[in-house]
Design a protein around this ligand. Structure first.
Ligand SMILES: [Zn+2]
Length: 289
């Protein structure tokens, strides 16, 4: 069951206090959408515990059965629902819809930002948030190819300010729980595989071409095996087309709407708790022994 989604029609007529006053009659339990607020409302609301979540996706091929926007829409829907379920007031920004995807450019429609462009985009958004007094920023990533650059953004913000943003990639954060529910053989989650297809079947089934569920698991070698949740001993850049001519790594045939619903709720509830813990300062506390 998803929370009632935000209806801007109601918020556009009411100020923040009226929203609270008439909370029982409006369409959702709270407004989490940063750009929907008025400037003065944010100024009144921001304090040392305020948490802002920036979902980061990509626009890249996902085989014959999933749309290019898969990573961006999944990470945004996850961020949105987690913010709605959190006990604290959490703000979410619109998703970054294009990421770092040079390895998918052999497939039509894929769009990639350059490394510097992507870094500057995220760095500047975070600096703007800090300028307005935000001390807790979470970069919520939904695309494996973004990770290396996102770490450099977090490192640069940390070394150039006193704010230490947090970075997680949702499917790595919940890797154990995801693997426990895996129906496919090892390597079956992959890119456009069982995980992403299951989530899409739950969240946006109309955008899944169910008669085109095709994929493959690449055995690789003792040093390198392409896939999700695999700790390779070496790193090597390889275009995706060199693994798979159809752009799928995994077994989307094993995907189920029920798996997607279970994983979505598990991920969202876990993230809602994380958001609240960040707001309470629990994640930032380090015990010095
Ligand atoms: Zn994806």
């Amino acid at each position: 069951m998803l929370s009632q989604s935000f209806n801007p029609k109601y918020f556009s007529k009411l100020n923040w206090n009226e929203n609270k006053k008439y909370g029982a009659t409006i369409m959702c339990k709270k407004n989490v959408y940063w750009p929907k607020f008025k400037s003065y409302q944010l100024k009144e609301s921001i304090n040392d515990n305020t948490v802002v979540v920036l979902p980061v996706g990509s626009c890249e091929q996902h085989g014959f059965h999933l749309p290019l926007e898969t990573d961006a829409t999944l990470v945004y829907r996850i961020a949105e629902e987690a913010a709605l379920r959190a006990e604290k007031q959490i703000y979410i920004l619109p998703p970054i819809w294009a990421g770092y995807s040079p390895h998918h450019m052999d497939f039509c429609g894929s769009i990639t930002l350059g490394r510097e462009t992507f870094h500057h985009l995220l760095f500047d958004i975070c600096k703007s948030l800090m300028h307005h007094g935000i001390k807790h920023i979470l970069l919520l990533n939904g695309h494996g190819g973004n990770e290396a650059i996102l770490k450099t953004v977090v490192d640069d913000l940390g070394t150039k300010s006193s704010i230490y943003p947090i970075l997680i990639t949702y499917f790595n954060y919940f890797a154990k729980q995801i693997k426990e529910r895996q129906r496919s053989t090892e390597g079956g989650m992959g890119h456009a595989g069982e995980l992403e297809t299951s989530l899409q079947l739950f969240l946006s089934p109309d955008f899944v071409d169910k008669d085109k569920l095709e994929g493959e698991i690449i055995p690789g070698n003792k040093y390198f095996k392409p896939g999700m949740f695999i700790n390779n001993k070496i790193y090597q850049y390889r275009p995706f087309s060199s693994y798979s001519p159809i752009g799928v790594l995994g077994e989307p045939q094993a995907a189920l709407k029920e798996t997607g619903e279970e994983l979505f709720n598990l991920i969202v509830d876990g993230l809602a708790k994380l958001f609240d813990d960040i707001a309470d300062g629990i994640v930032q506390q380090l015990q010095v022994l």
